[in-house]
Design a protein around this ligand. Structure first.
Ligand SMILES: [Mg+2]
Length: 239
């Protein structure tokens, strides 16, 4: 059965919606955050929601967003001594072999499985490619969900820190956003960002799980910026 209708009605931000039949007609309830109320909309037959709501791009940072790692000779206080890594990467940097001990943020595999069904995923890390590609390969686990990747060489250097240019990934800024623990990385695109608390070792962390309901709704909005611009206070909170 095909539904309908939202083309002109998904103005800005549908936080949630559901549909129902009444007197043989389809109605969709949407929540418009501008008006701050629910609207019951009678749907036109014919068009398909999938045609209206185009698939969006979710850009993912790696370090302290999806994983945390430390390398040979460095034991950060944030990693409890004796905590086994989820995997170890051996890479050669400047002709020196280096081992990275990588810890996955809790629920990251489940998170990626779910959001890959909703969004096109892109990895964007300020780390070196030789390390970032190996981490992305491990997280991808041969599923082909993290094929598109951007690394340090794709970042801009801004007063000594790396920033990520989302417009290099897509010129359509209404349909792209980044999940990153570093607000500085997306300072040119604050309305296209979801802030997340940096993760180092807390085994009880549920930040990724907590995002799923919001991400489930965000895929239906016409412009992600109309929703994410409401997050600005969180960017400062987690700096
Ligand atoms: Mg990071």
């Amino acid at each position: 059965m095909t539904y309908t209708c939202l083309s002109t009605l998904l103005w800005d931000c549908v936080v949630s919606f559901y549909s129902r039949l009444r007197y043989g007609r389809l109605y969709v309830t949407v929540f418009d955050v501008k008006l701050e109320r629910r609207l019951l909309i009678k749907c036109r037959p014919g068009s398909v929601i999938a045609d209206v709501v185009r698939r969006k791009t979710m850009v993912l940072d790696l370090d302290e967003t999806l994983i945390h790692s430390h390398h040979d000779g460095v034991l950060r206080q944030t990693v409890k001594p004796g905590t086994p890594p989820d995997f170890v990467l051996k890479v050669v940097i400047d002709r020196h072999p280096v081992r990275f001990f990588v810890h996955k943020r809790p629920h990251v595999d489940f998170f990626l499985d779910i959001v890959s069904q909703w969004y096109d995923l892109v990895v964007f890390t300020a780390s070196m490619e030789i390390y970032g590609a190996a981490v992305a390969d491990k997280l991808d686990s041969s599923k082909g969900i993290l094929k598109r990747r951007y690394y340090r060489q794709h970042c801009n250097l801004d007063f000594g820190s790396y920033t990520k240019d989302l417009s290099a990934i897509s010129s359509d800024l209404s349909s792209i956003f980044i999940l990153d623990n570093s607000p500085g990385a997306y300072k040119a695109y604050p309305d296209n960002a979801i802030p997340i608390k940096s993760w180092f070792s807390d085994p009880t962390d549920t930040a990724l799980l907590n995002l799923l309901p919001m991400l489930d709704a965000l895929r239906f909005v016409s412009d992600v910026r109309s929703v994410l611009s409401r997050n600005l206070h969180l960017h400062r909170l987690w700096q």
